[in-house]
Design a protein around this ligand. Structure first.
Ligand SMILES: *Cc1c(COP(=O)(O)O)cnc(C)c1O
Length: 406
């Protein structure tokens, strides 16, 4: 490898274009360094990161304590597979259960894998415990969901871009409108084993359900012996101002999925968290992952959870989230259709005739703030949870300025 080769923005873009699959449309900025809430491009220009890798770097870029845990563990033991035991996995189990109040844990790698794993476990639970006839298990999901990119998952997506051309898909899923508890009640049959839902739909544009929705969903699921599976891969780990978004309605899911920020952006690690019953059905050989639960992932995740709590990032997300949201709501620009959010998961939706939010994210990039549009008309603001009041105020000024492109 020739590491002395000097590349320009256009060179990086050309190589990506030629050699990479074109499954993303990134902003044209090439980042080479990050620290805290900031990232720097290859020219040394600094940006405030208001995406946080889709909420995978809640703890901030290159958090020093997580970095130290990574380096330390990488020098001792990185991977054993689950054919043998390692000295980090049990401690990871203990700490994540203490943090979340869960009883059983299944460690995986990506978010999509956690979703797939939950579907498998809940189906098995349905056959073994609920007594659903073999092959008949149904799982209810919501319209406009985002749960990942595998075949089973895109099969129950309602987004044509996510699914078109990728079939045939797995049967056994039924979609209902999000935020409509009556629709859930109506969709449940004797063969329904689970209801898979995001507490707030992140990719759909930070869609917050009506107050009381999750409480009613909890009650309906309990009454019908349906496992409530909350996908907190984006909303979890402090993003909405509480450890898990379910806390906003004081409920507990039967199965909770976390990923993204579980390792502070250093490593892909996800987990299925459940009551005794659901993950209790899995027997040796029925499910697995070569990298799932590896000691490096566990050591990094242990520290990522520790700093989240010890450095009071969850409380900070609540306070800074309110400041950010109120600041955006105070912006007086005709192009803004709606501003909404919880904690530091915030969206600004623009009027449909504005020509899309991409113009806004590009203007913000020029001003040193990185954010990403989700769908066409909505910009999402989700900085690392360590953002300060001064940094929020700076972001608000830049957003106000950037709106002048409309
Ligand atoms: C990102 C995300 C996923 C998928 O996670 P990957 O690690 O990209 O597979 C699943 N559900 C939600 C809600 C997400 O935001």
């Amino acid at each position: 490898m020739n590491t002395s080769r000097v590349l320009q923005l256009s060179d990086y873009m050309a190589i990506e274009h030629q050699l990479g699959a074109h499954n993303y449309k990134p902003l044209d900025v090439v980042l080479s360094r990050g620290q805290g809430v900031y990232v720097w491009d290859t020219d040394g220009k600094r940006y405030l990161d208001c995406l946080s890798a889709y909420s995978a770097v809640n703890q901030g870029h290159c958090h020093p304590r997580i970095l130290e845990a990574l380096i330390d563990q990488a020098g001792r033991l990185s991977l054993t597979s689950r054919a043998f035991r390692n000295d980090q996995l049990p401690l990871f189990y203990e700490e994540i259960c203490a943090l979340t109040g869960s009883h059983k844990v299944l460690p995986m790698n990506s978010g999509a894998e956690a979703v797939e794993s939950a579907i498998k476990a809940v189906r098995k639970w349905g056959y073994q415990v609920k007594g659903v006839p073999d092959g008949e298990a149904e799982i209810v999901v919501c319209a406009d969901n985002f749960h990942g990119r595998t075949i089973a998952i895109v099969g129950f997506s309602t987004d044509p871009t996510a699914r078109q051309g990728f079939g045939p898909f797995a049967p056994g899923f039924k979609a209902i409108p999000f935020g409509d508890a009556d629709a859930l009640e109506a969709a449940i049959s004797p063969n329904t084993v689970g209801f898979l839902v995001e507490p707030i739909q992140g990719e759909a544009g930070v869609i917050i359900p009506p107050d009381g929705y999750l409480r009613r969903v909890r009650e309906i699921c309990t009454r019908n012996k349906v496992m409530l599976i909350l996908d907190e891969i984006q909303t979890g780990l402090g993003r909405t101002g509480t450890l898990l978004a379910e806390a906003h309605e004081g409920i507990e899911a039967d199965v909770t999925l976390i990923g993204k920020a579980l390792a502070g952006g250093f490593y892909p690690i996800s987990a299925v968290l459940s009551n005794e019953e659901v993950l209790g059905v899995l027997q040796p050989g029925e499910h697995g992952s070569t990298f799932g639960g590896n000691p490096l992932a566990c050591a990094v995740a242990r520290m990522a959870m520790k700093v989240l709590v010890e450095e009071r990032m969850i409380e900070n997300a609540q306070w800074m989230g309110e400041r950010f949201l109120f600041g955006l709501q105070a912006l007086n620009h005709g192009v803004i259709k709606d501003v909404r959010g919880r904690g530091l998961l915030i969206a600004m939706e623009l009027n449909e005739d504005a020509g899309g939010a991409r113009k806004l994210t590009e203007a913000l990039m020029a001003r040193g703030l990185l954010a990403k549009e989700t769908h066409t008309h909505t910009a999402r603001f989700a900085p690392p949870l360590i953002i300060t009041a001064e940094q929020v105020d700076w972001a608000l000024e830049e957003i106000a300025g950037a709106l002048n492109v409309y």
